[in-house]
Design a binder for this molecule. Structure first.
Ligand SMILES: [Zn+2]
Ligand SMILES: [Zn+2]
Ligand SMILES: [Zn+2]
Length: 331
């Protein structure tokens, strides 16, 4: 497998003929908690106390898309660019228990998972080859869920994924013209208008975005400006409890609409990368604002109308937010 760049859209794709795609992958026992499961390559554990049982842990992905060894070997191929898929691909086991998910675990347990995520992101950002670290979760068979156990995944890449790059560029341009963070401005307007706020909890707020890509799309953001998720999460652990609760409650709301969803954390890129583009991230601490995006997969509504170039979302944010706010959740 290798990374190739589309010279027109400038997005990187992983491509090649993957032998693993040819047959079904049997999963008899759970890889992460079942008896007789193959041994895992554990990278980090939380809480990091000898003798204490683990609450969440990071392991190497059994079939990684990115591999940690070597140099990306970025090279030209005529007008094209390609490089080896160097990076990291980890599975974050959110909970030792097979049935404790981010919507039914305790806030303390979810807090441990968030802490582990922050530690892994910070650690991977220290690698000078890495430009970006993504945390994501695909849940449900229509969302491409890979494992039955409650897990999220982390990829560390030698490039910034396209959607994040759009956000970074837009954030920087907005900051240049207004000297304000676009996300802070969005939060202020949403809290003032109260049309699309799902719930505010302590220092965090959940909103339905003004222009959703899919019905019931939901974002969770810190109300105070902060570019990097991992920094606050590690420095101010007290805040994590509110974030854990808001994440859990928002997922419960979304799950009253549909079980399947994608979740992604967008945090600032690595600013340690010694690239010519470094000047690009000079104002990153002021112009970017981390957030979590939840993209529910509403099968019947998405299938027939979605065409990738223009998003079609047949439920307005204002209608979605009413349903999500009124959803019966456990507490
Ligand atoms: Zn399991
Ligand atoms: Zn901001
Ligand atoms: Zn985003």
């Amino acid at each position: 497998m290798e990374l190739r760049k589309d010279p027109i859209t400038r997005s990187w794709v992983i491509t090649g003929d993957d032998p693993a795609e040819s047959g079904p992958r049997p999963e008899a026992a759970c890889r992460f908690c079942g008896d007789g499961a193959p041994p895992l390559h554990v990278i980090a554990v939380t809480p990091n106390t000898p003798g204490a049982p683990w609450a969440a842990r990071a392991v190497v992905h059994p079939t990684p898309l990115y591999r940690i060894e070597g140099d990306p070997g970025r090279r030209g191929d005529g007008i094209y660019d390609c490089m080896r898929s160097v990076g990291a691909h980890e599975v974050l086991v959110e909970n030792p228990r097979h049935d404790r998910h981010l919507w039914n675990a305790s806030d303390e347990e979810i807090g441990h998972f968030l802490h582990l995520a922050a530690e892994r992101i910070l650690d991977l950002k220290r690698d000078p080859r890495i430009k970006y670290v993504s945390l994501f979760k695909d849940y449900g068979k229509n969302a491409g869920q890979e494992f039955n156990h409650p897990t999220s995944q982390i990829t560390a890449t030698t490039f910034v994924p396209r959607r994040v790059l759009y956000e970074l560029r837009a954030g920087r341009d907005y900051f240049i013209s207004k000297e304000r963070c676009v996300f802070c401005d969005i939060i202020q307007q949403e809290e003032r208008q109260a049309l699309r706020v799902i719930e505010a909890r302590g220092d965090y707020v959940a909103v339905s975005p003004y222009a959703p890509r899919v019905p019931y799309e939901s974002w969770i953001l810190p109300r105070n400006h902060d570019a990097a998720f991992e920094r606050t999460s590690l420095n101010r652990p007290g805040l994590r409890v509110n974030l854990a609760a808001l994440l859990r409650r928002t997922l419960q709301r979304v799950r009253t609409i549909t079980e399947d969803f994608h979740l992604v954390l967008h945090t600032s890129p690595s600013s340690q990368h010694p690239s010519r583009n470094l000047g690009y991230w000079k104002t990153i601490d002021d112009d970017y604002h981390w957030h979590i995006e939840i993209l529910p997969v509403v099968g019947s509504k998405a299938k027939s109308y979605t065409f990738k170039e223009v998003y079609y979302s047949p439920v307005s944010s204002e209608t979605a937010v009413k349903q999500l706010r009124e959803a019966k959740i456990d507490g």
